[in-house]
Design a protein around this ligand. Structure first.
Ligand SMILES: O=C(O)C(=O)C[C@]1(C(=O)O)C=C[C@@H](O)C=C1
Length: 409
């Protein structure tokens, strides 16, 4: 006879028991997460108060000594709680970056009081879901006023919207870590009266997006912006014989795939952007370089004043006289005035392909004495020189603390 189990034998827990346990723990996690959000919001209120004080005291926003002390203390406090120095450091780098950018925005607002408006009409490439759309959302989420998104089919159309007053700002991609400078934007900057008033970098995480249940082996056609194809050239080479079809923007590619609902068709774009079109990612991280970012500039009809308390960048465009060493002579002016150049880009002059325009980004405030001297000297040795804009630098370099140092003593 089969062995009889005593009636009182504990039954094996059912899957529903485990799910109930999981749900109970998850509710406790969610309650703690809500508390953490409340604390972060309170911290933001305090650091905004710090900004108010710094405005009155004409103090720099960044205080590296304070950041180093703060990180060392937090690493020590985290250790007995089982929080590694790496975890604590990376967490507070994000928190401090947000604090610095918020403070910079507050100081910039004080320096440009008439810029604050209830509605920010912003032109950008493509439509909702494009990388420019995501960058626009990111940049203006930190600024007061409602955002009116104005998607455009081309860079010329974007510039036209702002020049004619149909838009207040434009967000333009100017370079990408994988595919380099975006030449069309440098070319439109040559002839516009608009000023660069801001910048931001935004991660560009390309994913393979589809509208219905399928897999890579079934794909025959791929839609994407040409920039995306060059950034994902290695992935495309591995894909083999698949037809790639360029679109004006990433959002146009995603809209196409969403409308066709065809399992043999996909788009390359960001997963958050794709979600706006009902697309799902079947493969991520397609870019040649894993750290793939695009830098965007923000342009407007009026330049902004950048307070000396926050790090500034100035972008110049110049053409040199036709003599050997002319460019070197111009760059030596920057060196002689202790001005650090962060970017140099050359572009042919429309209608005069044998001469070039040079775009230069420097880490300097236009109001600075040395910068004023450099501009004056450059006017004397170049054929043409134009300041495209002076704007707050949004690159917040994190303060590094060696974990070992932090845990000593
Ligand atoms: O305490 C300050 O001075 C702040 O501005 C706050 C804060 C922070 O978020 O902790 C931000 C930036 C500074 O570099 C240092 C610290």
């Amino acid at each position: 006879m089969d062995h009889e189990y005593p009636f009182y034998q504990q039954q094996e827990p059912q899957m529903t028991d485990y799910q109930a346990q999981l749900e109970q723990i998850r509710q406790q996690i969610s309650a703690l997460d809500a508390e953490l959000l409340g604390l972060l919001a309170k911290r933001q209120q305090f650091t905004n108060q710090v900004a108010e004080t710094k405005i009155k005291a004409h103090m720099q926003v960044r205080d590296p000594v304070r950041e180093e002390q703060l990180l060392i203390k937090l690493i020590k406090q985290g250790q007995p709680l089982g929080l590694t120095p790496q975890y604590v450091t990376s967490l507070f780098h994000v928190i401090i970056e947000d604090s610095v950018l918020n403070q910079q925005m507050l100081l910039a607002q004080k320096a440009n009081p008439d810029n604050a408006q209830p509605l920010n009409r912003v032109a950008f490439l493509g439509d909702k879901g494009s990388y420019s759309y995501l960058a626009t959302q990111k940049y203006f989420s930190r600024r007061p006023g409602e955002l009116m998104e104005i998607g455009c089919p081309s860079f010329d159309a974007i510039i036209h919207k702002v020049e004619t007053g149909e838009a207040d700002y434009a967000v333009l991609p100017i370079e990408n870590t994988s595919s380099g400078s975006i030449n069309e934007v440098f070319d439109v900057l040559q002839h516009t009266s608009l000023s660069i008033i801001g910048e931001l970098t935004h991660p560009v995480e390309h994913a393979l997006l589809v509208a219905c249940d399928t897999d890579i082996s079934k794909l025959k056609t791929l839609y994407a912006h040409p920039q995306v194809f060059s950034q994902c050239s290695h992935f495309l080479a591995e894909l083999g014989n698949i037809e790639v079809k360029p679109t004006d923007s990433t959002s146009a590619a995603m809209l196409k795939v969403s409308e066709m609902q065809d399992p043999s068709i996909a788009a390359i774009g960001s997963a958050p952007g794709g979600a706006l079109y009902g697309l799902t990612p079947i493969k991520s991280n397609l870019a040649n370089q894993k750290e793939n970012h695009s830098r965007f500039i923000v342009v407007a009809r009026k330049p902004v004043n950048v307070p000396l308390q926050i790090p500034a960048k100035t972008t110049l465009v110049m053409s040199t006289v036709q003599k050997p060493g002319a460019l070197v002579e111009a760059l030596l002016v920057l060196r002689d005035n202790q001005i650090n150049m962060t970017k140099l880009e050359s572009r042919p002059i429309n209608g005069n392909p044998w001469e070039e325009m040079f775009y230069i980004d420097v880490e300097a405030n236009l109001q600075d004495g040395p910068m004023q001297t450099a501009i004056e000297q450059l006017h004397g040795i170049t054929r043409s020189l134009k300041v495209l804009g002076c704007y707050p630098s949004e690159e917040v370099t994190p303060t590094r603390v060696a974990a070992a140092d932090a845990l000593q003593g």
